[in-house]
Structure formats: C-alpha cells, structure tokens
Design a protein around this ligand. Structure first.
Ligand code: DC
Length: 223
C-alpha cells in the first residue's frame, strides 16, 4: 500500500478536525492537526509578551523557540521548548493569537516545511486552511468543509463550555469566529482557499458519523 494524503481545509469551527480525526481512525492512518502548530506559535508569543502582528519580534521568536510535533500512541502532542502544551492551546486568547501569527510569512514557511516533512513519511489526513492549495497540492484527496458562521459559533461555545471554559458568551465566540474568518481568508500569504477540485462537504447536512461516511465514500481502497 502506498503513502497517500487526504487534505481537509475549511474555516474555524467547520467541524473539520472532528471529521479528519474520524476519517484517519476509520482508515487506520495518521492525523495531523496543522492548526495546533499555529496555535503553539500563538501561545509562544503570548508567553513571551510579544504582539503576534509584530513582524520583527515574531521573526526573533521563531529563531529562538523550539516547537516539536510528537505522536504518542498515535496522538499528536505539541511540545514548546520542551514542555507539552497540548492542553493549553485551545483557549479563546490563543485562537486569536494563532490567527494573527499565522498571517506572518516567516511562521508559515517554518510550519509548512514541518508539515511536508511529517506527511511524507506515512499516510496522513491533514486539516488546515491551505493544505490543498499550498502545503500538499498533490494530495490524492482534497476536501473543503463548511458550515454557517452561526453554527460554527454554537459548536465552539459548546466545546469551550464542555471543557469548563465559560469566559465567553455566544456573541463573543461569534465575533472571534468572524474576526478569524476575515483574517484567515484575506491574508496575503496562503489564505484559506477552496481549490476547484476539492469536494465540498457542508457539515450541517449530516451527523458526525454521516459526514465521516460521506467523505469515506470518496476514498478508494488503497490495497
Ligand atoms: O484550525 P484552528 O482553528 O485550530 O487554527 C488556528 C489558526 O491557525 C487559524 O485561525 C488559522 C491558522 N491556520 C492556518 O493559517 N493554516 C493552517 N493550515 C491551519 C491553521
């Protein structure tokens, strides 16, 4: 069986990570959450008190910091300067910092290099914004996942509340989603892009399992 990649792009809260994870599990292949990498860069800026939009400071930060992606029992862990920060990158504050810092070319170049290196070693499902358009334009399968902003905000709020985070109400979550959409879609360097050949999946049309099975119906047996 050869190595192949499945690209799953889409906006914040579209359900792409749940989908990508489910698909990877069903196929017995690896899953790479590329957003977690930008989130770790955002967290690094917050920890150092650096404005994620300050180009010069972010350049020095990228030179100094040590970011590692590890897979422990098949699960992705984010290591920042030797510390496992996987549990600290899902806060609203980190979400906004990740969106801001991911617009910087110096950050994207470094993350994309790592993503390509990781994905060539074995079969992977990758989720992100620019996987099909930039990271892996030759990926065997390309999907674009969508849902209305209001639905995405409801899901994000539920996710935060389930983790015991009640720091934001619905309006604030929606405002963050709209802020990130605007930035992630309109930044100059590798914005969120729907490539023409991508299969579009609206996650409002199905249940979680239904969405996964719909995507899987496009994947041919690799053996
Ligand atoms: O998927 P996510 O919400 O965890 O991503 C966090 C931020 O990282 C998002 O606002 C945009 C950025 N990102 C990106 O620019 N490119 C990717 N491939 C993945 C995420």
């Amino acid at each position: 069986m050869g190595i192949y990649q499945i690209a799953v792009d889409g906006p914040s809260g579209s359900g792409k990570s749940t989908l990508a994870k489910g698909v990877a599990k069903a196929l017995g292949i690896m899953y790479l959450d590329t957003g977690a990498m930008y989130r770790t860069c955002g967290l690094a800026a917050i920890k150092k008190g650096i404005d994620p939009k300050d180009e010069d400071k972010v350049r020095s930060l990228m030179e100094e910091m040590n970011l590692e992606v590890k897979f422990i029992d098949g699960e992705q862990r984010m290591i920042l300067d030797g510390e496992d920060v996987t549990g600290s990158i899902r806060t609203p504050q980190v979400s906004v910092a990740a969106s801001d810092i991911s617009a910087q070319p110096v950050v994207r170049t470094a993350m994309v290099d790592m993503q390509r290196t990781i994905a060539k070693e074995q079969s992977f499902v990758l989720d992100g914004r620019d996987i099909a358009s930039n990271v892996l334009p030759d990926a065997k399968y390309k999907f674009y996942v969508t849902a209305k902003a209001s639905t995405r905000a409801e899901r994000r709020l539920k996710e935060l509340n389930e983790k015991g985070d009640f720091s934001q109400n619905y309006e604030e979550v929606l405002r963050d989603i709209e802020y990130r959409d605007e930035q992630d879609m309109n930044r100059e360097f590798a914005p969120l892009t729907q490539v023409p050949e991508a299969i579009v999946i609206n996650t409002e049309d199905y249940t979680i399992e239904g969405t996964r099975d719909y995507l899987l119906s496009f994947i041919k047996e690799e053996n």
